[in-house]
Each structure stands twice: as C-alpha cells, then as structure tokens.
Write a protein that binds this ligand. Structure first.
Ligand SMILES: *[C@@H]1O[C@H](CO)[C@@H](O)[C@H](O)[C@H]1NC(C)=O
Ligand SMILES: *[C@@H]1O[C@H](CO)[C@@H](O)[C@H](O)[C@H]1NC(C)=O
Ligand SMILES: *[C@@H]1O[C@H](CO)[C@@H](O)[C@H](O)[C@H]1NC(C)=O
Ligand SMILES: *[C@@H]1O[C@H](CO)[C@@H](O)[C@H](O)[C@H]1NC(C)=O
Ligand SMILES: *[C@@H]1O[C@H](CO)[C@@H](O)[C@H](O)[C@H]1NC(C)=O
Ligand SMILES: *[C@@H]1O[C@H](CO)[C@@H](O)[C@H](O)[C@H]1NC(C)=O
Ligand SMILES: [Ca+2]
Length: 496
C-alpha cells in the first residue's frame, strides 16, 4: 500500500465510522400539540406550510383518535400513555385531578419525558400544559413538572393575550400588545431560542403547545380578515337535532338551528382557521431553524391535537366532549428520519400511543403499565411488528357548573355545563359515558353506555383495559339502566 492509498483507506474508514456514529445518534423530537383542532371539519386545510413540511414530506395517520375528548384528561393521556381511568384525570377541574396533587405525586413524575431526561435528553416545554397548571393551591408557577428542564408553562387554560407564564418557575405576565404578547408567537420565540442553543452535545425533546384554535379564537391582527368568504362546513348532521336515538343533550338541541346561531358558528369557524395561520408560521419557522442548524435530518416532527371539535353538528353550536367522530378524531402528521413521505396510514392510532411511540423511536424501554401501543413500526423501516389492535375505548366524565346558568332558568345549578349561546348546553354531569370503538377493514362501529342517576358506582369500573370489548360487555352492558347507542359511523376506512 503506498502512502496515498494508505491515507485514502484511513480516510474512508473514518468516514464510515463517522457515518455509523451519526446513524446511531439518538433522534431529536419536536411535538406540536394544538388545542381543539378538528380533522373532520377540514381543520388541517388552512395549514399550507405544515401540509408541505410534515404531510407531504411525512406520513399522515388518517384514523387518529383521542380516547377522551376533553383537554385535561386527553393531555394527561398523551403524557402518560394511559387511558383516563388509569391516570384518573377526569375533567378540567383540580377536583377531577387536572394538575391535582394526586396527579403530580402519582403520574407526573413518571410521564414519558422523565425517561428521556434519564437518557440525557435536553428537554423543553412551551405553552398550555394542563388546564389547572400554575394555580396556587396546586403549587403555583414554582411547580415545574418532572423531566422538563426548559419550562415555559401557561398558567390556566388557553388564551391569546393577558396571560401568565411560568418561565422555569418565575412568574412572567403578558398584556395585549400584539407585537409582544400574542401567545402563539411568544411560544415560537422561546422555541427558537431553544433550537438555537442546540449544539449537538445532547439530543433534545421539544414539546410546543399553542392555544390555537381554542376559544376565545383570537387571531393575530395580520390574519383577522382571512377566509372572510368561508363558512363552517354544512355536514349532513349540521344544524339538525340529534333525534331519539341520541342521549338527552342531543335530543334537547333545536330541531333547526336559528340563523343567528349559525352566523356565530360561521364566525367561530373563520376565527379558528385564522388562529391556525400563526401555528402554520410557527411550524415553518421551527423547520427553517432546524434546517439551518443542520438538525432536521435527525429530528422527528409530530403534529397533532388534544381533541376534535364540532361546529353545528346535531345542532350543538361549538365545543367537544361528545363521543362522535368530530370530537374524537384529530390530525396526526409525522416526519423524520426514514419516515415515508406522502403516504397515509389507515391503522387506527390513539393519543395514548404517542408516549410509547416516542420511547420506541428513541430506543428507550416502554414501561409495562402503559395502555397505548407504539406505532413506531409504521415510522421506522424493518423495526418491530405493527399493532393489530382493532378496538379501543372512548370515555368521558360529564361536567356540571355549580352555579345557575344566567338567562336559562330551565337549568338548575349542578345540571349542565358550557351553554355558550341560546341555552344550548354542551355537557352535563350525566353525559358520562364509555364506548368501545371498533375499527378495521372489517368493522366500523361504536357501542356506548351512559351513566344515569343511580348507577354512578357501577358504571365503567374497569381498572385495566386489555380486551375492552369483552370487559365492557361483562361490566356494563349486562345491567339494564343504561342508554345504549350502537350506530354505524361513516366508513372512513376505504376512502382515498
Ligand atoms: C387585556 O387586559 C387589558 C387591561 O385589563 C384590557 O384593557 C384588554 O381589553 C384585555 N385584552 C384582551 C384581549 O383580553
Ligand atoms: C453545548 O451546550 C451545552 C448545554 O447548553 C453546554 O454545556 C456545552 O458546553 C456546549 N458545548 C459546546 C461545544 O459549545
Ligand atoms: C374565497 O376567496 C378566495 C380568494 O379570493 C377564492 O380562492 C375562493 O374560491 C373563495 N371561496 C369561496 C367559497 O367563495
Ligand atoms: C393481535 O396479535 C396478538 C399477538 O400477536 C394476538 O394475541 C391477538 O389475538 C391479535 N389480535 C387481533 C385482534 O387480531
Ligand atoms: C370534576 O370531577 C370531580 C370528581 O369526579 C367532581 O367532583 C367535579 O364536580 C367535576 N367538575 C366539574 C366542573 O364537573
Ligand atoms: C341527566 O341530567 C339532567 C340534568 O340534571 C336531568 O334532567 C336528567 O333527568 C338526567 N338524565 C338521567 C337519565 O339521569
Ligand atoms: Ca383541547
């Protein structure tokens, strides 16, 4: 070997080694979790940049569901990989375990991010966390959930202006100057600071949770006139009463929605899309900065939402909390190393699958008590066996307000919740249900039982759900004081 080829040989060896080291480097993660973004009403349409960056250059899961269609329980399921019945976060109140001390002491110290932290990841969270985050009785802004070492947590529920953040435990108030305070943009600035700090010394996990398109639906001024010629989609169930086969909230809605309510629905629809334009900018900016820092190739980007939304379906003006497709289906887009580009996956995936998926993609063992299943085999070539799950649970514990509803004397304190317009209420203490959703190439069904007054103790006492269909039959359908709804839902399986 002459000295030239000697050097070439060693140089090639080095290159190869370097290649192996690069391939084995743990991946980075960016997760974007929007608040209340539907998929069935076209919720992804306004996100043109996101569609090009993550959908066209990644994989879309067209059957992504949340197992509980309400913010706090669903977010707790995303963090733990567990059904609500197993983490006990039941509603958006501290008494229902939303950021309660019980949650903090029993579940928050074991969320997926704690395992990433132990593996040496640099971690970052910005935006809405759990609806009761930062409240004084549960530790205030000083409380920083385990596993996050860069913490920009929103106090309370989604809003766009006049909010408080906990920046690593320090209280920071924001006013209503669009240039300085628009929350989605403030979250973006913190996110870019974090991206720009990365020097490759450790992998990172970045979780970004903007308020859009949640109420109060306030767009950034630059976008306030967009989509002015659009109205909410007139789906077949738009503006009509649910009929006798639905539970009582849907039987009580107007037979035909008054035009003034429809006008408000259209307004909410347009403003939701406008607020999403700021999320689209966020995705684009994060992408551009990852690329500039040469971090893009080894980074997974997930885009999803904590629950779906309805706008006029079964004459319910606007909210979530229902077991129907509009509230339980959410977007899920993923791009990243070796993720196939421009394909659609039909296999049903769930919010509780996100935690085990993140862990598997990072080669971190999945804790045994997780209810979800990793869908990493769909994102990583030649790795593991894809899940064959064909049924799963959808559950909700209905909420009630302990005050009377102003202007709605037909409802007493303690009966209903979220009556935004014309005394049409979106929830009630007994809108408490458990459903089994079956979805495969062979079946597409949902079967539900609702709680009634007497059966509070007996309903849905399943502890660990391994075979939901069988357990539900045994535990619940055998009793006689339930509403049972079994209905065929539009078949999405074969479409496209
Ligand atoms: C924010 O608070 C200020 C001062 O209380 C108030 O004038 C303003 O209307 C609020 N803005 C929003 C968007 O809530
Ligand atoms: C990279 O960043 C880490 C954490 O911020 C820091 O400790 C380390 O010194 C930096 N390394 C280099 C080479 O700049
Ligand atoms: C709304 O306006 C845009 C831009 O002018 C146009 O492309 C679109 O077709 C219009 N949509 C409707 C429903 O009129
Ligand atoms: C899925 O696979 C597991 C193990 O491979 C098997 O035990 C189970 O019966 C399968 N379930 C379905 C619904 O096919
Ligand atoms: C939340 O759940 C708790 C525990 O079940 C219950 O006491 C509380 O009334 C619920 N909150 C609302 C607003 O319904
Ligand atoms: C559900 O709650 C509402 C409001 O309290 C009540 O009017 C209704 O009778 C209840 N339905 C059942 C089946 O318990
Ligand atoms: Ca939500």
């Amino acid at each position: 070997m002459n000295s030239n080829s000697f050097y070439t040989f060693h140089f090639l060896l080095l290159l190869q080694l370097w290649g192996i080291l690069c391939i084995n480097r743990p991946p980075n993660f960016v997760v974007i979790l929007t608040d209340d973004q539907d998929i069935t009403l076209g919720g992804l349409i306004p996100l043109e940049k996101t569609n090009s960056i993550i959908k066209k250059d990644g994989t879309e899961f067209i059957n992504m569901f949340v197992t509980t269609p309400l913010c706090c329980p669903s977010r707790a399921s995303i963090l733990t990989g567990k059904y609500a019945r197993n983490h006990q976060v039941r509603n958006n109140s501290v008494s229902g375990n939303c950021n309660s001390l019980y949650w903090q002491n029993n579940h928050e110290d074991k969320t997926f991010i704690t395992h990433f932290k132990k593996k040496g990841y640099s971690t970052f969270y910005a935006g809405k966390y759990l609806n009761q985050y930062g409240k004084n009785e549960v530790g205030g802004v000083k409380h920083i959930p385990s596993g996050w070492d860069n913490w920009v947590g929103l106090v309370g529920n989604s809003r766009y202006y006049n909010y408080t953040l906990s920046i690593n435990g320090r209280k920071v108030e924001h006013g209503s100057d669009p240039q300085k305070d628009y929350l989605t943009n403030v979250i973006l600035e913190h996110s870019l600071d974090f991206v720009n700090q990365q020097n490759g010394s450790s992998p990172f996990f970045m979780f970004v949770s903007p308020p859009s398109p949640h109420a109060p639906f306030t767009p950034f001024p630059q976008y306030k006139n967009k989509f002015s010629n659009l109205s909410a989609p007139r789906t077949p169930n738009f503006g009509i009463n649910g009929g006798m086969r639905k539970h009582w909230l849907l039987r009580e809605t107007p037979k035909i929605l008054p035009p003034s309510v429809i006008e408000s629905i259209d307004d909410v629809f347009r403003n939701r899309w406008r607020t999403l334009l700021s999320v689209d900018d966020m995705v684009h900016e994060v992408y551009v900065n990852l690329k500039r820092k040469k971090l893009l190739e080894n980074t997974y980007i997930f885009f999803t939402s904590d629950n779906g939304f309805h706008l006029g379906q079964f004459s319910l003006p606007w909210d979530k909390r229902q077991l129907y497709e509009f509230d339980v289906r959410v977007p899920l887009l993923v791009r990243g190393p070796a993720v196939e580009k421009g394909i659609e996956i039909k296999h049903p995936v769930l919010n509780i699958d996100l935690a085990p998926t993140f862990l598997e993609l990072a080669n971190i063992p999945i804790p045994e008590d997780v209810d979800g299943e990793s869908f990493a085999p769909y994102l990583k070539k030649s790795k593991g066996k894809p899940s064959n799950r064909t049924s799963f649970i959808i559950e909700h514990q209905g909420e009630s307000t302990n005050k009377p509803i102003p202007g709605c004397p037909q409802y007493k304190a303690g009966e209903v919740h979220t009556c935004e317009i014309n005394c049409i209420c979106e929830d009630s203490w007994n809108n408490t249900y458990i459903c089994v959703r079956q979805l495969s190439d062979k079946e597409n069904l949902i079967s539900c039982v609702f709680k009634d007054r007497e059966l509070e103790q007996n309903t849905c006492s399943i502890q660990k759900v391994k075979n939901p269909k069988k357990r539900l039959k045994q535990k619940a359908l055998g009793r006689n004081r339930f509403f049972k709804t079994k209905e065929n839902v539009p078949n999405k399986w074969g479409s496209k």
